[in-house]
Design a protein around this ligand. Structure first.
Ligand code: BEZ
Ligand code: FE
Length: 277
């Protein structure tokens, strides 16, 4: 047997996916009678995407929401949402209740994000990990638009739920933001005549042994981009409202000087295979 033939039997999934992708692209070329000029323009675009390190951004903006839907169709519990390109491993570990790492002059309003973690069979999950990240009140992600040295792990942490499965995270209200516009992905969005905005959201990866991981986002009700997210990731059940707290006793009890906001959300994880610790 030739080695090419042998390889085909070793990797049937790769062959199935590649052959269909290749056939789909060839059909596309025939359907649209793609010119040499357009072919070279496409090559130059993809080369620039690679050179500028925007491959994850490009795929996340245009494809990840469909990957999310295809992979989570039969799932119970809280709806999933895309991870996006701004997650960091190894964020600092904190126990609930906690105040996220922040700058002395952190802009915007304080937000208390709280709720419970439970499984689809109704058990509250103590010791669940809520891997949490968000953009700040000016739409910037730490380590991406805010240099790491200036504000390490700003508004990020791995927060452990308490013995009743509750979590409470003090953070700052995020704002809507535009996906990076300085590179080829932003240039493509602009050339298409579309806006580059994502509605304000919080990210969470919630994990507990014995349950399936939950990768999701919570979207802030009333945001002007909620119906036209450039990434197409908003799901109705993931939209939650902020409540303004302006009672002076409540404000001073928390050691704050100004009104703050609260957001309640309960995460529900499908029961799954036991994972190694
Ligand atoms: C985000 O959630 O931050 C994001 C997701 C997909 C593409 C770009 C950004
Ligand atoms: Fe995001």
């Amino acid at each position: 047997m030739s080695s090419a033939k042998q390889n085909q039997f070793d990797k049937p999934r790769l062959n199935e996916l590649f052959d269909d992708l290749n056939a789909t692209l060839k059909d596309f070329i025939r359907k649209h009678q793609v010119t040499y000029e357009e072919f070279h323009r496409g090559l130059a675009f993809l080369t620039e995407v690679g050179e500028k390190g925007e491959t994850p951004l490009l795929f996340d903006v245009f494809l990840e929401s469909t990957i999310d839907v295809v992979n989570n169709r039969e799932r119970g519990g809280t709806a999933t949402a895309v991870e996006g390109p701004f997650y960091l491993k190894d964020m600092p570990e904190m126990k609930s209740p906690c105040v996220l790492p922040h700058r002395a002059d952190e802009p915007g309003n304080v937000l208390i994000f709280s709720g419970t973690v439970r499984s689809t069979d109704g058990n509250l999950l103590a010791g669940a990990i809520v891997d949490y990240w968000q953009a700040d009140a000016e739409g910037n992600y730490s380590h991406f638009n805010i240099p790491k040295e200036k504000a390490p792990f700003n508004l990020r942490a791995r927060v452990k739920s308490d013995d009743k499965g509750r979590f409470e995270i003090q953070t700052w209200v995020p704002s809507s933001y535009e996906i990076p516009k300085g590179g080829p992905t932003g240039a493509l969005v602009k050339a298409l005549g579309r806006h580059a905005w994502r509605p304000a959201h919080l990210h969470a990866l919630v994990q507990h042994p014995g349950c399936e991981d939950l990768m999701t986002q919570i979207f802030i009700q009333g945001d002007q981009w909620i119906d036209s997210d450039v990434v197409g990731a908003v799901k109705e059940s993931l939209i939650a409202g902020l409540v303004k707290r302006d009672d002076s006793a409540e404000i001073s009890k928390r050691g704050l000087k100004q009104p703050f906001y609260t957001l309640e959300f309960d995460f529900v994880l499908p029961r799954g295979m036991m994972k190694a610790a």
